[in-house]
Design a protein. Structure first.
Length: 335
């Protein structure tokens, strides 16, 4: 057998000798890989180190490696997979790597003597800045405390007092404010005046005495001056309106509260038809009753049955219908 081969086998059998007798760490790693017979791709997968870094270690190309801390980890992993001494491989890498650790350096900092020489100048500059700021604030306060100076124009220019000067607008005496709104002339519907007043205007124009058409007085109509609560207009004949702030509570026969509210001036409540209830108010004189849209007086008592108000409204409606039918029958036929 060749003595060189026996020497290689003996060297491989001793991991310490293969690292110490090889010229470089890269030669030792390459010889160990070739003797193991494993491809470098398998060793890369086992060590989780890229193939190019393993080749760089074998070739001694330390410039292709990352920082020394990572490179040391690659060397240890590669040596462990090849069966070499990790610690010895790491020591050889530190010795052969150009990035040798740097020893402790003397501390660097500011020269104390230089700082002492420049301290007076810095203190003087800071003091000057502080005095400048304080002086500026004092100056501003003194300026504000001085009396105001008279305006530059001490006399009224002549062009301001002459009405004939060009570009000057002369104002006359103030006029009264215009009215808020213009009220149009009263429009009289034909036939309505005779219906309301009982006089026939056409008969007066002919010099004849007019016969009274109706003797019924004209009542005030309901005028909503605020929110209206309760039933709809088509389902109610009775409206109770507050003339000033007061409370109203409407209770049904079984004790349930149908309506309760503190009404403001002008607010109203429409009473439903065919409902048995009692109207309870805090101040009767503060409420006005309207029957069929016409004035029906004020409430006379704190407790008022709603059925009585509905009955009054129905009676007034029947009376008005009868009077209208009578007047229509007495009118001469149109022709």
């Amino acid at each position: 057998m060749d003595p060189d081969v026996r020497h290689d086998e003996a060297a491989w059998s001793d991991p310490h000798r293969i690292l110490t007798e090889s010229a470089t760490l890269g030669d030792a790693l390459r010889r160990a890989r070739e003797h193991s017979g494993r491809p470098i791709d398998d060793l890369s997968a086992a060590t989780r180190v890229h193939v190019r870094y393993l080749r760089a270690l074998e070739q001694g190309d330390f410039t292709a490696l990352p920082s020394q801390a990572f490179a040391l980890g690659y060397v240890r992993a590669y040596a462990a997979v090849l069966g070499l001494d990790e610690q010895l491989a790491a020591e050889r890498f530190r010795g052969e790597s150009p990035h040798a650790p740097v020893g402790l350096q003397p501390p660097t900092g500011v020269d104390v003597r230089e700082a002492r020489r420049s301290s007076p100048r810095l203190i003087a500059a800071a003091a000057a800045l502080v005095f400048a700021v304080i002086g500026w604030n004092v100056f501003q306060r003194v300026s504000l405390m001085q009396a105001p100076t008279p305006p530059a124009i001490s006399e009224t220019p002549e062009t301001w007092s002459l009405g004939s000067a060009p570009g000057v607008v002369r104002l006359g005496a103030p006029r009264a404010a215009p009215p808020d709104q213009t009220v149009p002339a009263l429009y009289i519907t034909p036939g309505l005046e005779a219906e309301l007043s009982g006089l026939d205007p056409e008969a007066e124009g002919e010099g004849q005495a007019a016969a009274p058409v109706s003797a019924a007085p004209v009542q005030r109509a309901f005028n909503p001056r605020g929110a209206t609560y309760g039933a709809s207009p088509t389902a109610s004949n009775v409206v109770i309106q507050a003339q000033r702030p007061a409370s109203i509570v409407v209770r049904m026969a079984d004790g349930r509260v149908l309506f309760a509210r503190q009404l403001a001036a002008g607010e109203s409540w429409r009473a439903p038809r065919d409902v048995a209830a009692t109207i309870d108010v805090s101040e009767p004189s503060a409420f006005t009753v309207y029957l069929n849209g016409e004035y029906g007086g004020a409430l006379t008592a704190p407790l008022t049955p709603l059925a009585g108000l509905n009955a009054r409204a129905q009676s007034a409606a029947r009376q008005t219908a009868a009077e209208l039918a009578q007047r229509t029958a007495t009118l001469p036929p149109a022709g």
